[in-house]
Design a protein around this ligand. Structure first.
Ligand code: KG4
Ligand code: ZN
Length: 341
C-alpha cells in the first residue's frame, strides 16, 4: 500500500509518500516547505500569511513528490484535518478532497497529534503495539500548541491523562525567545545557546512539578524569566537559555516518571516539535532506562511538522478502511484526539 500525505496545519507545507510492503514501512518522499522566513517579522505565525503560502507551494510540492498525475501510483490520500489554524488547515483539506474525488482514491482524515505519535515509525525498526512496546503506552506530546500526556490503549484509543493549563512547552520556548530578542521559532535557537551556558546558573521555578496531577504550567516560568531579565540586565544569555531549558526539561521528566509509576507502560512515546530537544531526549532516555522503560522518539527529521507522519498514521487507518467522504470532510481547528471527525 502506498499513501500520499498532506499537512498544512500551521507554518509548514508538507507532502510525503510512504509505502508498506511485506509489513515493512518506507518513507519514499518527505518534502517540507518551511514558511518560517515569512513569519519571522511578526515573531509568530500569522494564519492568513500561512494559508496564502500553502496555496503558493502546494502544487509545486505535489509535482516534486513525483506522484503520478492521475494518482495511479497511490492507494490512499491522508490529510491533517485538525487541530491547527483553520485558514491553513483548509488548504490541505480542500486539496486532498479534490484529489481524492478526481482520482477516485480513499481519503483518510488524520489528527495532527496522532500524526506526531506515528512519526515514531519513521525511526529504523521502531514499532509500537507489539514487541517491546505493547499497549498501553504513555505518550508525551510536546509541540507549539500542545503539551499533554495520553494513555494509548490501542491504535486510535486515547485517554488524556494531563495537559498544560496555560502555555504549551514549545510556546514557552517561542515566547522566551521573543523576550530575549531571539528569532522565531524559539526552540532550536534556545537549545543551541543553552549548549554554551550553565544550566544551574539561575534557579528558575519548576511550576507544578510536585503536584499529584499530570497537569503542567509554563506561563509562570516565562514570567519569572522576564522579571529576572529586567533585574539582571548583565546576565549571560547562554546561562538564561540553559537554565530555562533545564526548568522545562525537569518538569517534563518529573511528570513522565509520575505517569509511568501510575500506569506502568512498557514504553513512553515522546513526540511533537519539542521532542527535537536533545536535552529532553537524553534526560528522559536515561531516566526511563533506569526503571526499565523504553523511550520511543521520532528521527529528528520527523520531530517537527511534516507529512510523512500524517501518511504513516493514514496508512494505519487506511488498512482498516477507516476512510471519510471527500464531499463532506471539513477542517476542524479544535479536533480532539480519538473523537469522531
Ligand atoms: O510540532 P511542531 O513542529 O508544530 C506544532 O504542531 O506546534 O512544534 C513546533 C514547536 C515550536 O514551538 C518550536 O519552538 C519547538 O517545537 N521546537 C523546539 C525545538 N525544535 C522545535 N523546542 C525545543 N527544542 C528544540 N530543539
Ligand atoms: Zn506539530
Amino acid at each position: 500500500m502506498r499513501v500520499l500525505g498532506i499537512e498544512t496545519s500551521c507554518d509548514e507545507t508538507a507532502v510525503a509518500i510512504v509505502s508498506e510492503k511485506n509489513g515493512k514501512v518506507e518513507i519514499e518522499t518527505s518534502l517540507v516547505a518551511s514558511q518560517i522566513e515569512f513569519h519571522k517579522p511578526y515573531g509568530g505565525v500569522v494564519p492568513e500569511v500561512a494559508a496564502r503560502r500553502h496555496v503558493d507551494v502546494m502544487f509545486p510540492l505535489l509535482v516534486e513528490s513525483g506522484v503520478a498525475r492521475d494518482g495511479s501510483d497511490i492507494d490512499a490520500i491522508a490529510v491533517t484535518v485538525g487541530p491547527g489554524l483553520l485558514p491553513a488547515l483548509r488548504i490541505g483539506v480542500e486539496t486532498a478532497k479534490a484529489l481524492a474525488w478526481m482520482w477516485n482514491k480513499p481519503l483518510v482524515a488524520v489528527n495532527h497529534m496522532e500524526g506526531h505519535i506515528y512519526s515514531i515509525l519513521g525511526s529504523p525498526s521502531s514499532s509500537f503495539g507489539s514487541g517491546e512496546a505493547t499497549f498501553p503506552l504513555v505518550c508525551l506530546l510536546v509541540s507549539g500548541g500542545h503539551t499533554e500526556f495520553l494513555l494509548m490503549r490501542d491504535h486510535g484509543d486515547y485517554e488524556r491523562l494531563g495537559q498544560t493549563r496555560d502555555d504549551a512547552a514549545g510556546e514557552a520556548f517561542d515566547k522566551v525567545a521573543k523576550l530575549l530578542g531571539l528569532e522565531y521559532p524559539g526552540g532550536p535557537i534556545i537549545s543551541k545557546l543553552a549548549k554554551e551556558g550553565n544550566a544551574s546558573a539561575i534557579d528558575f521555578p519548576r511550576p507544578m512539578i510536585d503536584t499529584d496531577t499530570l497537569d503542567m504550567s509554563f506561563s509562570g516560568l516565562k514570567t519569572a524569566l522576564r522579571y529576572y531579565c529586567e533585574e539582571h540586565s548583565e546576565a549571560d544569555i547562554n546561562d538564561i537559555c540553559a537554565s530555562f531549558q533545564q526548568a522545562v526539561v525537569d518538569v517534563l521528566v518529573a511528570k513522565t516518571l509520575k505517569a509511568v509509576s501510575c500506569y506502568h507502560p512498557s514504553a513512553v512515546i515522546l513526540a511533537g516539535g519539542v521532542s527535537a530537544n536533545t536535552q529532553l531526549r537524553t534526560t528522559l532516555d536515561t531516566q526511563l532506562a533506569a526503571i526499565g522503560c523504553t523511550l520511543l522518539v521520532p528521527p529528528l527529521s520527523l520531530a517537527t511538522d511534516n507529512a510523512a507522519m500524517i501518511a504513516l498514521a493514514g496508512l494505519h487507518r487506511a488498512k482498516k478502511q477507516d476512510v471519510v467522504d471527500p464531499l463532506t470532510l471539513c477542517a476542524n481547528p479544535n479536533l480532539k484526539l480519538g473523537s469522531f471527525l
